[in-house]
Design a protein. Structure first.
Lengths: 383, 517, 183
């Protein structure tokens, strides 16, 4: 009788053994099998969350081992095939009360660290700097409040990697045109909002995740303890580009940040300068192609053909081949009630001029029109 | 009364017989299960490797949305309504459901609802692409034109569910055989009675949510539009006020099935019957007061987060009671391990694991890291698939001999179990790792560090999918060529009025009510 | 069946279903609004506020920040003239936003306020605000939009920064009548 139980047990072990052999063999081929657990992160909050996660996890493991242990023991011993006769007990108020009260006590034990972590998250002591984060379909805008520095941060992985015509680089889908830069050991308050649909700004290593809701502003904060480049994701379904709006934050030393900020301000001034420069068609086409692929190709596609029924084509369209002012108007002001945003505030005059020139001359839209940055500026001011 | 079923297709269209309608529900739900499963295969195939290979991101979103909607509303809910139709009258000694004509109607509007929903895939702008939770404004201002068909479909399936539940409540409360007191009812009847009350309470709320969406989309109101003084977050509150009870609506009847199967194959009465009833009622009550735990990252006052965290943690208590009771039932029984029992045991293990991750998710600060990641996907598939689908499969194997008087092939059943069990775990266990490592859900494409586990998960999904085809084959083979059985009691340890009836169950049963001692 | 127990129960349950539908559509939105106002959830602020006589608490200063966001494709230029002020609780303070309609058509906008942190929302009173009404700007026109507010003396001491955000929505197409209940 017992030998039969052993045989059964041995049979159960076979798949487990197979798995344990197969696991390491497969593991050798790649390097990513290590990411099994939550990150400890680089803030006080993220470490607190990690510790909490591990406490609850181990409590669950212990309960699981006890409960499943009893069950598996009973499955191997209390079998009819071993001639075991069924008992007939089916009620015990004492036992019922015990297994109501004991779990309730365990829950109270869990609630204590959970509450203290939550209190820490809601800390409202004064922050040293504020960053406004705005979610768009499908990119982020960062604005350093009071500094007059604001920029768009969008995916910089090329289409060719996404559609498998080029090899994927190391930071595939986790790289952006311009990362958010913040100083280390500084309490940064993040104000989070959105322009269109709900997004969610998640920076795993900081233990920060906040929904960005149109019309409302949310706040959260982080004090990062270690410099480095951190990568995060949008975590609220926001349409077709949901997987393609990553977050990259560079945490730098305080003095480095000050330098960066002043350079950034100089850059803003330089772009204003460039606006008055005259560009050749070739220059605009080159800049335009890159900017178009970054900003427009998600909807209108790299080949300008759009997606029939969803996003209109630019190739051969009335707007891209008709009067220049109509084209300027739709790109700068957007189109109400559609996914076409007002790009006037998002892009520099140079990029806008380049994109419009590119759209009017690429894919057989050979209008020969050259739109200069200064025309964009005039249009914005004079319309 | 002794006449048999009508001939031809008319039998099915005009039937008011609870067994026919139960059969219709079960086949319909299986068809939807295959459809939703096909969508899942598309999702997993796309996620097999990083990069977009098979579909475009916008179509991927339609797939995740349709997969969720079809599985929740088309597969799981109708499957349990089908089981209720077949079994509740036979379990309480009633001749039929209390409202047979409404029963016919509540089934036959369902195929229309899903035909409308499925047809949106071929419309300009595509099918709904805003997730099965359809958060505004993605589902209102930014929705594809097919959103109106989606709303219409949801209204019809809501009406069907409400009618179905009213019927179940009326049957259970009015048609029990003499002597069948409430506290003598099988647990499956109890869990369904409580589920039906939940459905009548919350399906109208879902109808309300989609009606407000309809008004916002077409008639310029601003329930969920901040510009007009509304609030997109209000949508989430309304939705989860429906949505949280909804997940218990799915799992409670599954508890009932497991509470029938485990005692039968342990040859020992269910341990703690009355505490099981109270636990079910407690879970149902708690389901109404925890909804905002789906919204911990939305931004809530501290007191709100604390309240919803504590209330959610409490659910672990009655759920734990249920699991302990099942295990005590098995303890010192004389167990055999036929296919239904294998699925029931897998249910207990895997559902409990889903319960553990549920407990982890209830901790608001940790939820910041889990929310909307694959950890959540893993969690709810452990409770929805290993919970509801496994128990549904167990129920079919358990009662199939009673329904058609034929025995299924035990070897094939066990084979299906092992393929499903292994496939399921290969699919969903790695998703815990993916979520913890930082992969958000509803992603059409992902960064390279998630590549390996995604591939494993996809392979598991194909294995799990194959198991369902084997299930279909086994059921059809049983009906067509199964070994005939005539014993009233198919299973040695099975208890309940349904096992006092002849096998296969005649078209009309309990025309004169049995006496229950 | 007529007046059988089944028919009575069915009628009751149907009525219950209808009541739950009505609850969702007619009661949940106002209940939610009331709840938000009570707790500051969603950062909604109350309607116009009438200052009562109350002194100025000079013992502390609160930083008030202003944020302006354009929703979706709203093309107006919209920004606060000063991004931050420091005020004593109880002291009325004026602030102005600049708005310009750069397009060639007349447009109507609605600004939606939102305050963070939540616990500050019910202590932030606006005596005058451009967000109480819709704002109309002719093609090419601009305007300075006024706002006067008082931070309540009862503001919890733990709060020292309040952020007031306005999101500007284009409501040109839906403007047929003034929307009264906007705050």
């Amino acid at each position: 009788m017992l030998s039969k139980a052993k045989l059964l047990f041995a049979r159960m072990l076979v798949p487990l053994l197979l798995l344990s052999v197969a696991g390491p063999v497969m593991a050798e081929k790649t390097r990513h099998w290590g990411d099994l657990n939550m990150t400890r992160g680089v803030t006080d909050v993220s470490r607190q969350i990690y510790d909490l996660h591990m406490i609850i996890f181990w409590i669950c493991v212990v309960i699981g081992v006890l409960v499943f242990g009893v069950m598996i023991f009973s499955m191997f011993v209390h079998r009819k095939s071993l001639g075991y006769k069924a008992a007939n007990f089916h009620e015990s108020t004492t036992v019922e009360i015990a297994w109501t009260v004991v779990p309730a006590l365990i829950l109270i034990v869990m609630a204590v660290p959970a509450t203290s972590a939550l209190l820490n998250l809601y800390d409202t002591t004064e922050a040293e700097m504020d960053v406004l984060i705005t979610g768009y379909q499908w990119k982020w805008q960062y604005e350093y409040l009071g500094e007059d520095v604001s920029f768009i941060s969008e995916l910089s992985t090329p289409e060719s990697e996404i559609y498998n015509t080029a090899d994927k680089n190391e930071h595939y889908l986790q790289q952006v045109s311009q990362p958010l830069v913040i100083p280390v050991d500084t309490k940064v308050r993040f104000l989070v909002t959105a322009k269109d649909v709900i997004h969610s700004w998640w920076m795993t290593e900081f233990g920060v995740k906040r929904d960005a809701i149109p019309g409302f502003v949310n706040e959260t904060w982080a004090r990062v303890e270690k410099t480095g480049t951190y990568r995060g994701e949008c975590t609220e379904l926001c349409g077709k580009g949901h997987a393609f709006m990553p977050i990259v934050v560079e945490v730098v030393e305080k003095d480095e940040f000050a330098t960066w900020l002043s350079e950034k301000k100089a850059e803003v001034a330089a772009i204003r300068e460039l606006t008055s420069k005259e560009f050749s068609l070739e220059e605009l086409m080159t800049t335009g192609e890159a900017a178009y692929n970054r900003t427009c190709a998600a909807c209108h596609m790299a080949n300008g053909e759009g997606i029939p029924g969803v996003f209109p084509a630019v190739k051969g369209s009335a707007i891209a081949t008709g009067p220049v002012t109509d084209h300027l108007s739709i790109v700068i002001n957007g189109k109400t009630g559609t996914a076409m945003q007002a790009f006037g505030a998002q892009l520099s005059e140079v990029d806008l001029a380049a994109i419009i020139t590119y759209e009017r001359n690429a894919w057989g839209n050979s209008t020969g029109d050259v739109v200069q940055p200064i025309e964009i500026l005039n249009f914005k001011q004079g319309q | 009364m002794a006449h048999g079923p009508a001939k031809g297709i008319g039998r099915w269209i005009f039937t008011t017989n609870h067994k026919d309608i139960g059969t219709l529900y079960l086949w319909f739900s299986f068809a939807m299960f295959l459809l939703g499963g096909f969508f899942a295969m598309v999702i997993r195939a796309e996620l097999f490797e990083p990069g977009m290979q098979i579909v475009r991101p916008e179509f991927f979103n339609q797939m995740t949305t349709m997969h969720g909607l079809v599985m929740v509303f088309g597969a799981i809910m109708p499957a349990f309504v089908g089981l209720a139709n077949w079994m509740i009258p036979m379990m309480i000694g009633a001749p039929d459901m209390a409202l047979p004509r409404m029963n016919n109607l509540s089934f036959w509007i369902l195929p229309f609802a899903f035909a409308i929903l499925a047809s949106t895939l071929f419309m300009e702008g595509g099918a709904p692409n805003f997730g099965w939770t359809f958060y505004a404004p993605l589902s209102t201002t930014y929705a594809p034109p097919s959103v109106n068909y989606f709303i219409f479909g949801v209204h019809i399936m809501g009406a069907s569910s409400i009618m179905g539940s009213i019927n179940i409540i009326a049957t259970v409360l009015n048609l029990r055989a003499p002597g069948m007191t409430l506290m003598k009812m099988p647990l499956f009847v109890w869990t369904w009675l409580i589920t039906a009350f939940l459905l009548v309470a919350v399906m109208p709320v879902l109808a309300g949510a989609v009606t407000m969406m309809l008004m916002d989309v077409n008639f310029g109101t601003s329930f969920f539009n901040a510009a007009g003084g509304g609030d997109p977050v209000l949508f989430q509150h309304v939705f989860w006020f429906f949505g949280h009870p909804e997940v218990y609506i799915i799992i409670l009847p599954a508890f009932g099935v497991i509470s029938a199967i485990i005692p039968a194959f342990s040859r020992k009465p269910l341990f703690g019957y009355s505490s099981m009833v109270y636990a079910t009622a407690a879970i149902a009550f708690l389901s109404f007061i925890v909804w905002a735990h789906h919204m911990f990252t939305v931004g809530m006052p501290l007191t709100g987060e604390l309240y919803f965290m504590y209330a959610t943690m409490l659910i672990a208590v009655p759920t734990g009671v249920k699991v302990f009771n099942w295990i005590s039932t098995m303890f010192r029984g004389a167990m055999t391990f036929e296919t239904p029992m294998l699925f029931a045991i897998a249910f207990v293990i895997l559902f409990t694991m889903g319960g553990f991750t549920g407990l982890m998710l209830s901790i608001a600060p940790s939820d910041i890291q889990y929310h909307d990641t694959y950890f959540v996907v893993a969690h709810f598939h452990y409770v929805m698939v290993a919970g509801a689908v496994f128990s549904g499969t167990a129920a079919v194997y358990y009662w199939l001999p009673k329904w058609c008087g034929k025995m299924y092939d035990e070897t094939m059943g066990k084979l299906q179990f092992w393929i499903a069990f292994i496939g399921f775990n290969i699919t969903f266990f790695p998703q815990h790792f993916l979520g913890l490592a930082g992969m958000p859900r509803r992603y059409a494409d992902y960064a390279l560090q998630f590549a390996d586990w995604n591939m494993v998960s996809s392979i598991g999904a194909f294995i799990y999918g194959a198991a369902q085809l084997l299930f279909l084959f086994n059921v059809i083979r049983t009906i067509v060529a199964g070994k005939p059985v005539t014993e009233p009691k198919t299973w040695e340890g099975a208890e309940g009025l349904e096992w006092t009836l002849p096998t296969p169950a005649p078209y009309h049963t309990f025309s004169t009510p049995p006496e229950v001692k | 069946m007529g007046n059988s127990p089944v028919a009575r129960l069915t009628a009751k349950l149907l009525l219950w279903a209808v009541a739950m539908f009505a609850f969702a559509v007619f009661l949940m939105p106002p209940l939610y609004d009331a709840f938000c106002e009570l707790t500051g959830l969603g950062g909604k602020t109350g309607g116009p506020y009438r200052a009562t006589e109350a002194g100025i608490d000079e013992s502390r200063t609160v930083k008030v920040q202003f944020i302006a966001t354009n929703n979706g494709e709203m093309p107006w230029d919209f920004e606060p003239l000063a991004y931050e002020v420091r005020v004593h609780p109880g002291q009325p303070q004026a602030a102005r936003f600049f708005a310009r309609n750069p397009t060639d058509r007349n447009m109507v906008a609605q600004a939606i306020p939102s305050i963070t942190p939540f616990q500050a929302a019910q202590y932030f009173h606006k005596t005058e605000c451009f967000c109480f009404n819709r704002q109309q700007l002719a093609a090419g026109a601009d305007a300075e939009l006024p706002l006067v507010f008082i931070v309540d003396r009862d503001l919890p001491r733990s709060v020292n920064t309040i952020t007031l955000s306005y999101t500007l929505f284009d409501v040109t197409e839906s403007t047929t009548e003034p929307v009264a209940k906007l705050n």
